[in-house]
Design a binder for this molecule. Structure first.
Ligand code: HEC
Ligand code: HEC
Ligand code: HEC
Ligand code: HEC
Ligand code: HEC
Length: 478
């Protein structure tokens, strides 16, 4: 028996005979249909026409369609196996399968089709799995596709200076091990999303992130000398004139100078400080370790903590201060002040600072309810309290309402129980503990040394809430 005959008798004939069952035929149809649609999408994609940024389209093209494709392929042998078992059970499985007549043109065409289709299927499965995996690494998939649970991080990401850095750059390590780990964690999260068991809000232990060495420091040189940096903050008061004041400070960022000395805020913390916190968000720090000469270490303990120090020691890096580098949330007051400083809500509208803050800080059950009520609230206020403003500055009122709604939507996500202040920002010390988690004047070593609380170690305050600091005009600020 020739090889070809052998192949025909042992494989092809049973395949065609047993393949004539509804499951295998439906499987074949699904696979073929999915293949056509997938290839169609790819062609649109490659030609670059009609491409859509809609993340759900990505899920369909890269994950669901290939899923159908493979499910169809799997149905074919399953159908064959079931058919075989069925026939075997009733004793109707032929010992010799019916001959295939190669002279019949109809059959030759069918055979050619199967061979060619199998080849093409291999190519499709290969490309589809590659592209599916690559797609799962894009911010579109991570952020937008997992819509509700990731919405706060996704929106806050888009307003950060890192909105063009892929999620996986910071959240997934390189190498197969990290990749696998991240995908397993992703699977767990997918199950959480499917069965609606994910936590609300999602909190962010820094220990689950890649170390800064592998992420931030891939782009930012940690030893760069920044020196002093001027910071000007504009605030508005709650009176009818929304009185504007300025706070000016010179931050001593420092760095590593040309003699390799560590100075200022950036420099000192390159010294591999370690700390122990009692919560996942690292807001309560009970012990800090500063390396000294010859491997010695100074231990600073919080006087608020009476128990023994237990817990994982974390080496301080960029993300302990810049925890919001990629997901920037604001406090209500900062957001309104910053926005008013660049023009809306207009400070010409009486009490707009006070009213605006009240409206965005009220409790709403959803973002859409907030949008309706913030707008109605502001309109009502001017219509009833300041009819002349309502008549003459109507457009400014509407603009103010829209800005307030935007601020709300960037920071509050009722569906995820994320509200003002849910995510602490560790830079500074006025809104959250921040630097004062350690620099509160309350972390002291056995020999009486305290982590500094000296204002001037970090910044010089040149003006605090002054209405018109002379300094600014002298320096040429407008
Ligand atoms: C530049 C680095 C960086 C990038 C890029 C980045 N993140 Fe993050 N992400 C962080 C840091 C740092 C935190 C921790 C914040 C904290 O502890 O306050 C975090 C926290 C989170 C959290 C909170 C829960 C957790 O897993 O710890 C989610 C969810 C998240 N990021 C999703 C995303 C998504 C989705 C993207 C892409 C759209 C993204 N991140 C891009 C750095 C990054
Ligand atoms: C892929 C490169 C890349 C990575 C990774 C990266 N950054 Fe950046 N970062 C940038 C760029 C580019 C800018 C400037 C953006 C701009 O000015 O619009 C920037 C800006 C910043 C700024 C200044 C923001 C401001 O308001 O002026 C800080 C702070 C910062 N990054 C911290 C971090 C931290 C912390 C990490 C790690 C969690 C990190 N970066 C990871 C590229 C990166
Ligand atoms: C002890 C806290 C702390 C640590 C640790 C820290 N930074 Fe900063 N960084 C600051 C503060 C404070 C500022 C200025 C205020 C601000 O950006 O709001 C700043 C500003 C910056 C800026 C903007 C500088 C500019 O030229 O205006 C960059 C970029 C930056 N940091 C990157 C990093 C990177 C990368 C690391 C890790 C190697 C790091 N930082 C570690 C506190 C820190
Ligand atoms: C995890 C604890 C911790 C946090 C959080 C922290 N620091 Fe520090 N910092 C230290 C330790 C420890 C030292 C060294 C002891 C000292 O100099 O008082 C230090 C030193 C400094 C110094 C040098 C002081 C000097 O001796 O001249 C500056 C400036 C500084 N930190 C600024 C900041 C700023 C700004 C922040 C917040 C953005 C911050 N630190 C957050 C632990 C911390
Ligand atoms: C460990 C460092 C550190 C110490 C000590 C410190 N500050 Fe600050 N402070 C900061 C940083 C960093 C910021 C800037 C935050 C930012 O970028 O928005 C800041 C901001 C401020 C602001 C402006 C706040 C705003 O958002 O309007 C004031 C006012 C201020 N500090 C007052 C003080 C006073 C008073 C002391 C002394 C009792 C002090 N700080 C001690 C680090 C420190």
């Amino acid at each position: 028996m020739s090889v070809f005959d052998n192949f025909t008798k042992r494989w092809l004939q049973p395949f065609f005979f047993l393949g004539k069952n509804s499951l295998s035929l439906i499987g074949g149809a699904i696979t073929t249909a999915a293949a056509f649609v997938i290839v169609g999408f790819w062609m649109v994609d490659v030609l670059g026409h009609g491409g859509s940024a809609n993340p759900y389209l990505g899920i369909i093209t890269f994950l669901i369609l290939p899923g159908f494709f493979i499910a169809g392929l799997i149905m074919i042998p399953i159908g064959i196996a079931i058919q075989r078992k069925k026939l075997l059970a009733v004793g109707q499985l032929p010992s010799i399968y019916p001959d295939i007549d190669f002279n019949e043109p109809m059959f030759r065409h069918a055979l050619n089709f199967v061979v060619v289709a199998t080849f093409i299927n291999f190519v499709i499965v290969g490309i589809a799995s590659y592209r599916g995996v690559a797609y799962m690494d894009t911010p579109g998939f991570c952020g937008a596709a997992c819509h509700v649970p990731m919405q706060p991080q996704w929106v806050a990401y888009q307003h950060s200076p890192h909105s063009h850095v892929d999620c996986v750059e910071c959240h997934v390590g390189s190498g197969a091990g990290n990749y696998f780990q991240a995908k397993m964690a992703g699977m767990k999260q997918l199950v959480g999303v499917t069965f609606d068991t994910y936590p609300r809000p999602i909190l962010a232990p820094l220990s689950e992130l890649r170390p800064a060495r592998a992420t931030c420091e891939a782009c930012h040189a940690p030893r760069r000398f920044v020196g002093d940096r001027l910071l000007v903050k504009t605030s508005f008061a709650d009176d009818d004139k929304n009185t504007m004041t300025k706070t000016i400070l010179v931050l001593h960022l420092g760095g590593v100078d040309s003699l390799s000395r560590l100075s200022g805020i950036h420099g000192h913390h390159l010294n591999h400080f370690e700390y122990v916190a009692t919560d996942d968000e690292d807001q309560t720090i009970i012990a800090v370790y500063e390396p000294g000469p010859n491997g010695s270490q100074t231990e600073y303990l919080s006087s608020d903590w009476k128990g023994p120090v237990k817990g994982v020691r974390r080496v301080m890096d960029c993300m302990d201060c810049h925890n919001q580098a990629a997901h920037a949330y604001q406090t209500a007051a900062d957001a309104v002040n910053e926005s008013m400083a660049i023009g809306t809500p207009s400070a010409d509208l009486p009490f707009v600072h006070k009213q605006g803050l009240q409206l965005i800080q009220a409790k709403y059950s959803s973002q859409s309810e907030a949008a309706t009520k913030i707008q109605a609230g502001l309109e009502d206020f001017y219509r009833t309290q300041y009819p002349t403003v309502w008549n003459t500055q109507h457009e400014q009122v509407e603009k103010a309402a829209q800005t307030l709604i935007t601020i709300y939507k960037q920071n509050v996500f009722p569906a995820m129980k994320v509200t003002w202040g849910t995510y602490p920002n560790n830079i500074g010390h006025n809104n959250f503990p921040g630097c004062f988690r350690c620099h509160d004047g309350n972390h002291t070593s056995k020999d009486g040394k305290t982590i500094t609380n000296d204002c001037a170690a970090c910044h010089n305050l040149l003006a605090v809430d002054e209405s018109n600091p002379k300094l600014l005009s002298e320096m040429g600020f407008q």
